[in-house]
Write a protein that binds this ligand. Structure first.
Ligand code: GTP
Length: 436
């Protein structure tokens, strides 16, 4: 029986813990969704800012190009560290761009770490190109083209010839992502045309790894503890954004419910466990302050100060008859069980607002409010009979009860009167009720 009760208490605990987990999950995941929603627009702005910073950095190369001195070079490939110059005609004046390209590469590395794939500067009309670095595939493909045709096609395709007329910083152009056939790297190319006197002089083409956008998102998520993505399938929330000066259409920034759930599940369980523990340790503490550990009735030291402030009430004092004999014959442990059972029966006979206190070893005080003489007697009889009518642990146990109705009386006077009435019940043969 005790095992059964234990088990159902455990199940109740588990159930209330699970309910708390669910509640926490609901509250935390909803808050986290709102948090991610608030960040979606900011992520779009961050992506826009990052690409624009990249464009600005590339544009700063323009003055350097214009101010660079030329040297004469012959047909062939000329290597200067990571930089290679491919010249297709003899006696070609070639700008010395090494320092500027180094600087540009460093600055780009700061804006977009590990994302710069290559930088190419092509003169227009093209007799040479500067590559940083020159990948083997480039050289191959470059040799099969007539450079000027290749550049003209690029200018045509990307509409680079008159970007100087355009506004909003979109003098640069970024292509859609594509796979570079020589390297199989997924990249985008950013073109910046250098115009002088409304004529196109050169094109800087910076290849950026397509993963740059994902890097920005990853960094943003890490910095802000968000779970945002772009163009994720089945997102539950999304907002539209566009890469600045890019050829591709809008993208969708947002988040997926599973990501929200995955991130909030752990903290929700942890928080629920903490609340659960805090609540139960508070309950246990509160209970141990108020309740007698053995019987579960109120403790005397908790209620006596409150009783001392009362002056109108009805009270009963109840004492188990011949209890010493029970102890002596069956041992203290059985005696304890008898006390517990009597307390349990007592608790079932009174209302929730009545206060039952374990006053001493096998003595109890019950306090009632708004109850008259005859009702108090009936209540005491009801308690007495409830205990006497059942065998308790195979024993016939009875109680004697004394009662008193206090009207402008201190508690200690009332207690004395009720105790005297209890004495009379004992004197009259026990298993009796006497009201003073
Ligand atoms: N097992 C047990 N015994 C207790 C506890 N507190 C007090 N007692 C014992 O309860 C007995 C109370 O005996 P008494 O009040 O003298 O008298 P009684 O045997 O109950 O007889 P009457 O009250 O005259 O009917 C004492 O032997 C105490 O040691 C307790 O928590 N557990």
């Amino acid at each position: 029986m005790a095992k059964k009760i234990d088990c159902s208490v455990k199940q109740l605990h588990l159930l209330s813990f699970l309910k708390l987990c669910l509640l926490m999950l609901l509250v935390i995941s909803t808050s986290y969704q709102l948090y991610n929603m608030a960040h979606t627009k900011q992520l779009i702005e961050k992506i826009d800012d990052d690409y624009r910073r990249l464009y600005t950095t590339i544009r700063r190369f323009g003055p350097f190009y214009n101010n660079s001195q030329s040297v004469t070079m012959h047909n062939g490939v000329h290597n200067f560290g990571d930089i290679s110059v491919v010249v297709r005609e003899d006696e070609t004046p070639v700008k010395n761009l090494s320092d500027g390209l180094d600087m540009l590469n460093n600055k780009l590395e700061q804006c977009a770490p590990e994302s710069v794939w290559s930088i190419v500067v092509l003169e227009v009309p093209s007799r040479y190109g500067v590559f940083y670095p020159l990948r083997p595939g480039y050289l191959e493909s470059f040799s099969t083209y007539i450079p000027s045709e290749r550049v003209n096609a690029m200018v045509e395709r990307e509409r680079l010839s008159n970007t100087y007329r355009e506004f909003y910083g979109c003098i640069t152009r970024m292509t859609e992502a594509y796979i570079e056939s020589e390297t199989q790297e997924r990249i985008r190319t950013i073109y910046f045309p250098i115009h002088n006197d409304q004529a196109l002089n050169a094109i800087i083409a910076v290849d950026i790894k397509e993963s740059r956008t994902q890097d920005i998102i990853n960094q943003y998520n890490a910095d802000h503890h968000t779970v945002l993505n772009i163009n994720g399938p089945n997102n539950i929330y999304s907002e539209s954004g566009e890469l600045p000066c890019a050829n591709d259409g809008p993208y969708q920034a947002g988040f997926h419910y599973l990501d929200i759930l995955r991130t909030t599940f752990g903290p929700s369980i942890l928080l629920a466990a903490l609340f659960h523990l805090a609540f139960h340790s508070f309950r246990r503490r509160d209970r141990s302050i108020k309740r007698d550990e053995m019987t579960g009735l109120f403790r005397r030291d908790y209620y006596e100060p409150k009783f001392n402030r009362m002056n109108s009430f009805a009270m009963l004092v109840m004492d188990i008859d011949h209890f010493k004999q029970i102890n002596d014959e069956y041992g203290h442990q059985k005696g304890d069980e008898v006390i517990k059972t009597c307390a349990r029966i007592l608790a079932t006979q009174i209302r929730a607002e009545d206060i039952a206190v374990r006053w001493g070893g096998e003595e109890f005080v019950v306090m009632f409010k708004g109850i008259q003489h005859s009702a108090l007697f009936d209540k005491a009889e009801q308690i007495r009979q409830a205990i006497a009518s059942k065998e308790i642990l195979g024993l016939s146990v009875t109680v004697s009860i004394g009662g008193y109705i206090a009207k402008n009386t201190t508690f200690s006077e009332a207690y004395k009167a009720a105790d005297a009435a209890l004495y009379q019940s004992k004197h009259r043969g026990r298993n009796k009720v006497t009201l003073a």
